[in-house]
Design a protein around this ligand. Structure first.
Ligand code: BES
Ligand code: MN
Ligand code: ZN
Length: 529
């Protein structure tokens, strides 16, 4: 008998997480005065056009468009009008200029200048509009060499930050194993005009972390086992001076992480709890210790309570986006050297069915001693999160807790792909998060913690049931109320990102597929704390 050919269970290592972002530089001046605008070295210039103001149908050419018109000696506003360009944010109109017929002896007014002008719709020029314009420029300039733009040059740093962040997010190409490589972003983007390098750096730091979260969420679950994720987190953390600690096997049990154990025990890829700690060299006067918790389910089959219909399982490789976000935020806190301590607790497990899977009706013990009846093994996120929240509040001396999780289909049902559900027991934190949402474009919508609904979580045999006995709606609220049981009264924010963690089609700076949503809004809050 010939031995059966073995298909490799695990694929070789994928590309390293933490890819280099495309280059961006800053240069003062205007299109009229600029001395490096030659066709040889610059492939395109991109200039802004504002949308008509209400009650009017006149486009609003920005300074760059006016200067380009003067330098090229072309009426760009007329050209835009003639081609029905409406300058809506995120739209573009590409003008490829001709050259003279060889031997004709004619000289065109734009001789020697870059031959492509990109008109960029910037709407009313809001932060949001500039992010969309940035993303649109990234798409339209793929494959080019050097691109020069004046679009970001608004009177303040915010404009630069939003435009650059949009550009870098739009430039993302998905992690993939395709034989044919995706088109690459322009080699260099030059921001012409008064743009602050600081704003560019902030945008770059935030976008880089979102790229990491997207890559991690995109990598398939046969590669990103809990152990693999843990090793990536620990390796990257160490290079940024962030301390790392992990629990697995017997140590996980000994530490009392009964939730992570119960969810992960049905898989051949065993669960891991990861702790990453950033401690500032120079502590802020009002120093706080923030504990971040991120749901890290490397794949969610639903467990014995298997998911139905089966198509709903396909996107469940992204069920670790919360952990990727919390990881990104702690790395971000370390790179921007914030004055507060940040610890990320990342419960990593694969929710699978197997001979050793937790059964519906099993009773388990969460860290700290509370018992939970597992009525449905598909409500696994709250169970692993419970261990981490309890550990943060009971052991780590947290001043506040922030958790991020692809927790409920109900949150996605109510808010769709653009907004995450925000739950909190603290008004100040609510304000901070809603402001950070504006600042980053990661939209949040506050939902209520309706304490009356807690009754639904009562169990006959344990302190809590993981799902209500009789479904009564408000699935996202009930899940949040379950988590609240493990926060020990600390100020706490819970982001249910089930909806925006994934998109079915490209949408401005959010790409199709895993979006990495959540990393930037959390980091923004930490940086402003
Ligand atoms: N990971 C899912 C939630 C989810 C659904 C995320 C859709 C992204 C898109 C979570 O573990 C889950 O299965 N939740 C259940 C809870 C239910 C059993 C109470 C749900 O929402 O259906
Ligand atoms: Mn589930
Ligand atoms: Zn899940």
């Amino acid at each position: 008998m010939t031995p059966r050919a073995k298909f490799p269970a695990t694929q070789p290592e994928p590309v390293a997480v933490g890819r280099e972002l495309p280059a961006i530089s800053v240069s003062p001046g205007t299109i009229e005065s600029c001395d490096f605008l030659d066709a040889e070295s610059v492939d395109a210039i991109a200039v802004g056009v504002g949308a008509p103001i209400a009650g009017d149908d006149e486009l609003q050419p920005r300074a760059g468009t006016v200067h380009a018109s003067a330098r090229y000696r072309i009426d760009l506003a007329e050209l835009a009008h003639r081609s029905h360009f409406k300058a809506a944010p995120g739209t573009t109109h590409v003008i490829d200029l001709p050259v003279t017929h060889r031997g004709s002896g004619a000289v065109l007014p734009w001789q020697g200048l870059p031959l492509r002008i990109i008109l960029m719709g910037v709407g009313q020029g809001t932060d949001d509009d500039l992010r969309k314009a940035g993303a649109a420029l990234a798409k339209v300039s793929k494959g080019l060499g050097k691109v020069v733009t004046t679009v970001a040059a608004r009177s303040d740093d915010r404009g630069t930050r939003h435009f650059v962040e949009g550009y870098l997010l739009g430039a993302y190409s998905s992690w993939s194993r395709k034989a044919k490589a995706a088109p690459v972003p322009a080699q260099e983007l030059v921001l012409l005009g008064p743009n602050s390098q600081d704003a560019v750096d902030t945008a770059r730091r935030h976008a880089w972390l979102t790229w990491i979260a997207r890559d991690l969420a995109t990598i398939p679950s046969n590669i990103k086992t809990p152990a693999w994720l843990a090793s990536q987190f620990v390796a990257i953390a160490k290079t940024y001076g962030v301390e790392a600690k992990t629990w697995s096997g017997k140590h996980l049990q000994d530490q009392g992480f009964g939730g992570v154990e119960a969810v992960g025990q049905g898989s051949v890829n065993p669960p891991v709890m990861v702790q990453l700690s950033y401690v500032p060299e120079k502590k802020a006067k009002d120093h706080k210790h923030v504990v971040l918790v991120g749901k890290g389910i490397s794949f969610d089959t639903g467990g014995i309570s298997i998911k139905r219909p089966r198509e709903t399982m396909i996107t469940m490789k992204t069920d670790m986006t919360g952990a990727a976000d919390a990881f990104a935020a702690v790395i971000g806190a370390a790179t921007s050297k914030i004055g507060h301590s940040v610890t990320a607790m990342l419960p990593l497990a694969e929710n699978h069915f197997g001979a050793n899977s937790t059964r519906p009706s099993d009773v388990i013990t969460i860290f700290g001693g509370k018992t939970v009846e597992i009525a449905n093994t598909d409500a696994e996120g709250r169970v692993v999160m419970a261990d981490a929240l309890a550990y943060g509040s009971l052991e780590l001396g947290a001043d506040l807790l922030i958790d991020v999780a692809t927790l409920t289909g109900a949150a996605a049902m109510s808010l769709g792909h653009s907004h995450a559900a925000l739950f909190t027991n603290n008004e100040d934190l609510s304000k901070r998060f809603l402001e950070a949402a504006e600042e980053t474009g990661e939209a949040l919508w506050r939902m209520p913690l309706v304490h009356e609904y807690s009754e639904a979580l009562e169990s006959q045999v344990a302190d809590l049931r993981n799902i209500p006995e009789h479904a009564a709606g408000a699935g996202a609220v009930v899940a949040a109320l379950f988590l609240e049981q493990f926060t020990n009264g600390l100020p706490w924010v819970h982001l249910d990102i089930a909806g925006p963690s994934h998109r079915n089609s490209k949408h401005h700076e959010a790409n199709k597929g895993p979006t990495g949503f959540g990393a930037r809004v959390v980091l923004e809050v930490l940086e402003k704390l």
